[in-house]
Design a protein around this ligand. Structure first.
Ligand code: APR
Ligand code: ZN
Length: 375
């Protein structure tokens, strides 16, 4: 048994910004009190990984093991961890849920702050790292670091899910899909018969479409500058698709005309401050709500005329779909297993860890929805 011992395994290490990931032999220390060591079996590759690797995150730390959309099995647990046990199928959660902090006690938010500071500093809650490559200590990432065969996560940052679940699919519930789906169902609480528009038809945008279908929206308009995204968007349930490049007026004006005054709900799933503005201004006067999901680059600012808000439009944002993570992710897994939620349709390819740089390239090129790395 490996319990209590240092594990030697493979991981894709990001040695510095803009450098390709390098598969290295690393060591993973045993979990300390309150921690969980897990074998990662599958991980998605997400924009936040690319953003940090690209050196765009001013708080990015190197060398680091990236990855935060994973699924695997518990290898061992530290003292005091009783909600997961060795062998459990688990999903790491970059939005923790301690059930004790001011945020966890407030039903209006999912932004647990328990491990926020150390997670942001690339460390475990005690301020140290469990990873080494040779003598060199490696930073953790988003409390997950799933681009490694083994990782250690805080107990508050992991949940057990139904062991019947296909791990190469439910890993996606660790980030993008949950984020888009929850934005519709938790954050906006879209009502039956509502009109919805979605900017960006990548995995996050399609998850919004899936949520809007679930909420029985009457009209779901997909907006993207890549017409290659339209076919799958219609399969997911978009009733209309619009390419802003086909018009010589602002896309918000096009949508307002298409919808007799604007939409009930809009969602921005790109991370571009200009499309955030368009999404707000495409909302119906008096009640339209726009939800920001995409993460804009550091230092960017949004703007609009205050009159847009004075006249009743609402601008809001959401992280991890507003889901309190440990309470919700196991339920989403059940929803998928019951056939009530798509996940398979988001997986556009599988690759071994050795080809992870290719997965980043495919994401940048807009070829992939989600590539799953098999560890
Ligand atoms: N107008 C309309 N569509 C755009 C524009 C634009 N100005 N710019 C980009 N797009 C489209 C792209 O063509 C692509 O289809 O937005 C889509 C974004 O999809 P992905 O790149 O696959 O991203 P996704 O994984 O869905 O994540 C979306 O959410 O995680 C956050 O900020 C992060 O950028 C990421 C966003
Ligand atoms: Zn908390």
């Amino acid at each position: 048994s490996t319990v209590g011992k240092v594990i030697t395994c493979k991981a894709a290490v990001a040695w510095g910004p803009k450098e390709p990931l390098k598969v290295e032999t690393i060591t993973v220390d045993p979990p300390k009190a309150g921690e969980v060591r897990m074998k990662v079996n599958f991980t998605g590759v997400c924009h936040t990984d690319a953003y940090t690797l690209g050196g765009h995150d001013p708080e990015g730390l190197f060398p680091v093991i990236l990855g935060h959309e994973g699924c695997g099995t518990v290898e061992s647990v530290g003292e005091g961890v009783d909600h997961v046990k060795p062998g459990d199928v688990v999903i790491p959660l970059y939005t923790a849920q301690c059930r004790d902090c001011k945020f966890c006690r407030n039903p209006k938010t999912n932004l647990c702050q328990k491990v926020r500071a150390t997670q942001g500093a690339g460390k475990m809650p005690d301020g140290t790292s469990r990873f080494k490559c040779g003598d060199k200590e490696l930073f953790h990432f988003m409390g997950c670091s799933t681009f490694s065969e083994y990782t250690v996560v805080a107990g508050v940052s992991v949940c057990a899910v139904n062991p019947q679940a296909p791990q190469d699919k439910v890993c996606l519930l660790g980030c993008g899909i949950t984020t888009g789906y929850g934005a519709v169902l938790n954050t906006a609480k879209v009502e039956e018969g509502s009109t919805v528009a979605v900017w960006g038809l990548g995995a996050v945008g399609l998850a919004v479409v899936m949520g809007a279908v679930k909420a029985k929206a009457s009209r779901i308009i997909g907006v993207d500058i890549n017409p290659g995204k339209f076919e799958v968007a219609k399969q997911f349930g978009c009733t209309d698709v619009v390419n802003p490049k086909d018009y010589d007026k602002p896309i918000q004006n096009v949508l307002v005309d298409m919808t007799d005054g604007g939409l009930d709900y809009t969602f921005e799933c790109i991370g571009n401050v200009h499309t955030m503005r368009a999404a707000l201004e495409a909302c119906h006067k008096g009640w339209g709500e726009s939800v920001i999901i995409g993460v804009a680059a550091s230092g960017q600012e949004i703007s609009t005329r205050p009159f847009q808000l004075v006249t009743g439009r609402v601008w809001r944002g959401t992280a991890f779909g507003g889901y309190k993570s440990r309470d919700s992710v196991p339920k989403l897994v059940e929803e998928y297993l019951a056939g009530d939620m798509k996940l398979d349709e988001f997986v556009t390819g599988h690759m071994p860890l050795t080809e992870i740089n290719q997965a980043f390239e495919d994401m940048h090129a807009g070829r992939a929805l989600r590539t799953i790395i098999d560890l």
